[in-house]
Design a protein around this ligand. Structure first.
Ligand code: ADP
Ligand code: MG
Length: 456
């Protein structure tokens, strides 16, 4: 009955295709962050996804972890690959400057922690699982994603039979616990019982309840956490000669970034100073500047070139598995591809070096932007990469945002979380850690949940 629009009823509302969900607070109760609450956008029911492709995505997680770690150690590869981008993209340029300073110091990150999410779409025509991107900074929704899994399982326990959906087919989602475990283990490796874990947050953080699960660090692992903005870190931070990083006089063992991935996170020099100071310290950065750069779209495109993976990995089997999930990726230097993209822009996505959704270029805008860049003959083309557009299967979905449920045709993107922790030669953790399914109306190009395009 749920799937038949004419029969959807809820309370006094009796309108086709719209359900008002009564139990959430839509009208924000205040302006302070965390007081004016609104529920995260969610899909009412889980999305189906082929088990074999699911397994494939899970299997790729530890291989990508290892690849990123090795790429992060190759400072020259990162600098050279991003050298042209540096000239035209001020944000990437600042990140590369920090990276250069760290290289000059000859500083080695001996304890390295990655909390990643690799995103995929299943291309309907070719039945290929293709990677959208690999996130190495602020991979979000591990916390809320697990809750949505619980919500869906609960709903299917109650209504699954009527809907023909089996709650047992919903895979367990352990992202929250495993990410907390990885942070706690990193804290242990740092080996200072008085040190804290610090979460770097945005000034007006809207997604704090996704980060709330980090509290389990305190409860389960007895690790104290503090939350600071980059500006606060600049004013309260201090680097001791031995590399210890203090904030408000307190030693920091692990710095976990939930901010710092976008230019808007650095409104003044203060934020950049904070980022550099932390990078120069012995605190474990998640991510380090090298991990951050290794997760850029330009590096994704460089890694997809022939014979590049071979520089970083030995196992032919692993290399083949990674390559199988690479979509077409090109730099704009490739004139054959730019010509093709001008002719058939709907088959491509143009991406700048940005994170967080809402930055990519689609459709006719691809054509216009490419023509403009050609005409101007500037080096601005180096700011972008071109990617094959992936077309996942479309299915009817109930999407709930601001307490209103819409039925629409939607497509989904599977994210697989992974954690990597290493201390010198010893790999302490290299695991797949749960998942996130994001769903958006098929007519929307972009996919960010926080950016307002998709639901969990
Ligand atoms: P961001 O770092 O902003 O999240 P993404 O590369 O993940 O950038 O792109 C944002 C969204 O755009 C994705 O979540 C996805 O919905 C859509 N998208 C990105 N690349 C492709 C592609 N090659 N084909 C189809 N959709 C894409
Ligand atoms: Mg993304």
């Amino acid at each position: 009955e749920l799937f038949s629009p004419s029969t959807v009823k809820c309370g006094k509302y009796d309108r086709p295709e719209i359900i008002i969900v009564p139990y959430y607070f839509v009208i924000r109760s205040g302006k302070l962050p965390g007081v004016g609450m609104v529920h995260a956008p969610i899909a009412l029911l889980p999305t189906s996804f082929p088990e074999s492709h699911w397994k494939q995505a899970c299997e790729l997680a530890p291989i990508f972890n290892e690849l990123i770690d090795r790429v992060s150690l190759d400072g020259k590869f990162l600098q050279d690959s991003l050298a042209r981008t540096k000239k035209v993209d001020a944000f990437t340029s600042r990140l590369l400057d920090i990276h250069s300073k760290i290289l000059e110091m000859n500083k080695k990150e001996e304890i390295r922690l990655g909390l990643h999410r690799s995103d995929y779409m299943l291309d309907e025509k070719t039945k290929l699982l293709l990677q959208i991107e690999f996130n190495t900074i602020s991979s979000s929704f591990a916390g809320l994603g697990c809750l949505v899994t619980d919500l869906h399982r609960t709903l299917l326990n109650d209504y699954g039979e009527d809907l023909g959906l089996d709650s047992k087919r919903i895979p367990g989602n352990t992202a929250t616990g495993q990410f907390a475990e990885a942070l706690a283990k990193a804290w242990t490796e740092y080996n200072n019982p008085r040190a804290v874990a610090m979460i770097v947050v945005q000034t007006e953080e809207r997604n704090m309840y996704d980060q709330h699960w980090l509290c389990t660090l305190g409860i389960t692992y007895n690790v104290r956490t503090i939350r600071k903005t980059l500006a606060e870190i600049d004013s309260e931070g201090q680097l001791l000669p031995d590399g210890t990083f203090l904030v408000g006089g307190q030693a920091v063992a692990v710095v976990y970034f939930r901010a710092g991935y976008a230019p808007t996170d650095y409104p003044s020099e203060s934020e950049w100073r904070a980022r550099l100071l932390m990078e120069q310290s012995s605190a474990i950065k998640c991510p380090s500047i090298s991990y951050h750069l290794a997760g850029t779209k330009k590096i994704q495109q460089e890694l997809a070139k022939p014979n590049v993976l071979e520089k970083f990995l030995e196992s032919k089997e692993d290399i083949a598995k990674l390559r199988k999930c690479f979509a077409g990726l090109w730099s704009l230097v490739d004139s054959d591809i730019t010509k093709k993209a001008i002719e058939k822009p709907e088959l491509f996505v143009m991406k700048p070096q940005r994170e967080g959704g809402g930055n990519n270029i689609y459709g006719d805008d691809v054509k216009e932007t490419l023509l403009r860049l050609q005409k101007e003959g500037s080096e601005e083309d180096a700011a972008y990469i071109l990617m094959q557009r992936i077309f996942p299967a479309v299915s009817p979905t109930f999407l709930i945002r601001d307490s209103i449920c819409h039925k629409d045709h939607a497509i989904s993107e599977l994210g697989v979380y992974s954690a990597y922790l290493r201390n010198k030669e010893s790999v302490i953790m290299n695991d797949q850690c749960g998942y996130l399914m994001r769903t958006k109306v098929s007519s929307s190009n972009e996919g960010g949940v926080a950016a307002g395009f998709a639901v969990l």
